[in-house]
Structure formats: C-alpha cells, structure tokens
Design a protein around this ligand. Structure first.
Ligand SMILES: NC(=O)c1ccc[n+]([C@@H]2O[C@H](COP(=O)([O-])OP(=O)(O)OC[C@H]3O[C@@H](n4cnc5c(N)ncnc54)[C@H](OP(=O)(O)O)[C@@H]3O)[C@@H](O)[C@H]2O)c1
Length: 259
C-alpha cells in the first residue's frame, strides 16, 4: 500500500464505475472516509459493497446520488458531503464526452451541459470544500483531465470535450497558484486510455455522427489491447496524490513509484 489517508475524508465524483470507482477503492484501502457521488444510485451501491468487501467499515462510506449538471442537486450533494464533516480530498472525476459530432451541429444547450459537468461542477465543488481545507491547512484537489488537452486535434468531433478539459486544466493551474502556501494542493490528472464504460460508449456510436476517424481509433485501441485498467490508472493517480505537488498536470505515465 502507498500513502496513508487515515482520518481524511475524500469526495469522489463519478465513483459509480470506471476510474472513479477504482480511486474510491484505492482511497478506501488507504484508510480514507469516502463520499461517493454519481447519478446512478445502483452503481454507487455496487462501489459501496466492494468497499465493504475489502474491509472498509460501513460508517466510513457515504453515498450521494446527484446530477452534477443540475445546480440544485449539486449544491444539495455538496452540502450533504460537508454536513458530515470537512472534506479533505476532492477528486473531480465525473465528466461527459458529449456532445460528439460535427461542430456545425453543436447546440448551445449541449455545450453548456458539457461545461456544467466538466468545468462548473469541479470548480464549484472546490469552492464549497475549500473553506474547510483552508481552515485545516491541508487539502488535496485533483481534477481528472485528458491527454486531449496536449493534442486537441487528435479528437476531431470532440470539440466540447477538448475545450472543457482545457478549461479544467487552466482552472487547476490558476487555482493552485492562488492557494500556494496554504497547504491545499490542486493538480490535474491525465489518466491514459482506460478500459471503461466511457470508452465502450464511444466505440458503440454511429461513425456517421462521431466521424469515421474517431470511431476507428477508439475501436482499434480496444482491439489492439492498448487500453489500461481503471485500477492501473487509479493507482497512478494515488501515487501522485501522496506527494506535495501543486499546479501540476499529472499523467498516468509519470506516476512516482509507490512506497
Ligand atoms: N476512459 C478513458 O480512456 C479516459 C481518458 C481520458 C480521460 N478520462 C476521464 O476520466 C474520468 C472518468 O472517466 P471514465 O472513463 O471512468 O468514465 P465512466 O466509466 O463513464 O464513468 C464516469 C462516472 O462519472 C459519472 N457521471 C457522469 N456524468 C455525471 C453527472 N452529470 N453527474 C454525476 N455523475 C456523473 C458516471 O455516473 P452516472 O452516469 O451514474 O452519473 C460515472 O460514475 C473522466 O473525467 C474522463 O473524462 C477517461
């Protein structure tokens, strides 16, 4: 096991499956109290069961079903999270890849939704959790980004995703600078190509809508076995999280070795 997060409370968005679930299991193993957030209550319950199976006591797991695109639900969930005590670690992992398709078809309502989930939710959750972190002189905020930011042209017809993840990284580095010296660190994490429902969903889309190039690339990556597991990616995130970096863009391929 790596870092010890005993006594810390972690809020993980998108904890019902994929990378978020694997991060939750890793943080549970490292002793943290967990607040699991996503829309699907059933998937959150599955994550809770897995945590209990690995020996995490039930009182260390709180489940919050909420749609991060909905400001009222989001605020209610954030209030419920801090209602049980300070949140020390915020992992903003939930995201949407939609809308995919030619930008000529882009509707403002869909673009706003992508910004709401991928940028506004992480930023406002951070704002809500920060007073407690600042008062304690310790906090960790991780925003799960994507390698798309380094190479936006690699995901044509994914304009909203590329744009929102770039905004998320700018938010991360700017906030880290604002908080330097407070004990609260803020970093972004690029998780690599990970075998999750998000990847499967893209593979299943109509190539006529998302573009033959994108469709072919996601299917080829899967067929060639280049995707890593959610557990692998989560372990790299947690290895980074054990350090005191701030304002960094972490990548799965540059994770420090864990003790
Ligand atoms: N998989 C990859 O190859 C890859 C590559 C680069 C970056 N990423 C990033 O890694 C993160 C996790 O992706 P993943 O592959 O693990 O995806 P995933 O398997 O689809 O899981 C996404 C999680 O986010 C939750 N979520 C989505 N929209 C939400 C909303 N509006 N409100 C609340 N929760 C919401 C989902 O639950 P509900 O649907 O139940 O709400 C689910 O628990 C994302 O930020 C993604 O952009 C993934």
């Amino acid at each position: 096991m790596g870092a010890d997060f005993a006594g810390r409370t972690a809020l993980i968005t998108g904890a019902g499956r994929g990378i978020g679930r694997a991060v939750a299991l890793g943080l549970g193993d490292a002793g943290a109290r967990l607040v699991l957030l996503a829309r699907s209550a059933g998937q959150l319950e599955e994550t809770r069961s897995l945590l209990l199976d690995q020996g995490v006591p039930a009182q260390r797991v709180q489940v919050l079903s909420a749609d991060l695109a909905d400001e009222k639900q989001r605020d209610r969930a954030a209030a419920a999270a801090i209602g049980q005590g300070r949140v020390d670690i915020l992992v903003n992992n939930a995201a949407t890849v939609e809308p995919l398709g030619p930008t000529v078809d882009l509707a403002a309502v869909d673009l706003r939704l992508a910004f709401e989930v991928n940028v506004v939710a992480p930023a406002t959750l951070a704002a809500t959790m920060l007073p407690g972190m600042l008062a304690a002189g310790w906090g960790r905020i991780v925003n799960v980004s994507s390698a798309i930011v380094a190479n936006p042209a690699a995901m044509t017809r994914g304009n909203a995703y590329a744009t929102t993840k770039a905004a998320l990284e700018a938010h991360t580095v700017n906030l880290a600078a604002e908080l330097r010296g407070t004990g609260v660190t803020v970093n972004a994490y690029r998780p690599g190509g990970v075998d999750t429902a998000m990847q499967a969903w893209i593979r299943d889309q109509d190539p006529g809508r998302i573009g033959a190039g994108l469709h072919e690339r996601f299917n080829r990556n899967y067929a060639e076995g280049t995707l890593i597991t959610a557990e692998h990616s989560a372990a790299a995130l947690l290895a980074h999280l054990a350090g005191d970096d701030t304002g960094a863009i972490w990548d799965v391929s540059t994770a420090p070795a864990r003790a």
